[in-house]
Design a protein. Sequence first.
Length: 217
Amino acid sequence: MSNVSKEIVDIEKRGLMLVLSSPSGAGKTTISRSLLADDGNLSMSVSATTRAPRPGEVDGEDYVFMKPVDFNLLVNRDELLEHAKVFDHYYGTPRKPVEDALKQGKDILFDIDWQGTQQLAQKAGDDLISVFILPPSTQALEKRLKSRAQDSDEVVAKRMSKASEEISHWAEYDYVVVNDDIDRCRAEVKAILQAERVRRIRRTGLLSFVERLREGY
Ligand code: 5GP
């Protein structure tokens, strides 16, 4: 056994906001779940939406499901960090949980569309890291949407036509990954998160840490 003692250094940092966007069916939910399961410092921003729950979706976990009138109240009270109409429904990010998590140095994951990403980018500046997930092909995307079997044919067709519009925003993102292999894609997003966490600008405790080092501690 080695007797070299390990010194754990915990340098204070500011939390970051990691946005994942993609057309529906490109694997974003699978990747988000796996990142959250593996990482105790990452929590999910639970959006509010006016769309109805799909089978298996839990209110307060997958989304906060609400009536349009209640959603409007949140907008009018400025309680959403961003909001947008996606397909035929409204979606938005509640402000308070995000602000609380960031203050505690926690990182937050967002599954939001390009409209929400643009709004957050304006507000969050360097705190925001955006990743766009592309499907490997149109056929693969359609197959994944159909195999979810949660949406009607009409909804699937609508989502397919929306996919190309969503994809047209790829160049607005910091990183772009192609989900041709879920394990590799997940590893790439994890690597992005790890690298972004050690960026100097986020590590607010570095200055005092280095000062102590140079003083001989
Ligand atoms: P779904 O209805 O399939 O859960 O989500 C449809 C789309 O809405 C997805 O592209 C998802 O990223 C986006 N979305 C979910 N929550 C939010 C949100 O709070 N804000 C914005 N702008 N988009 C969202």
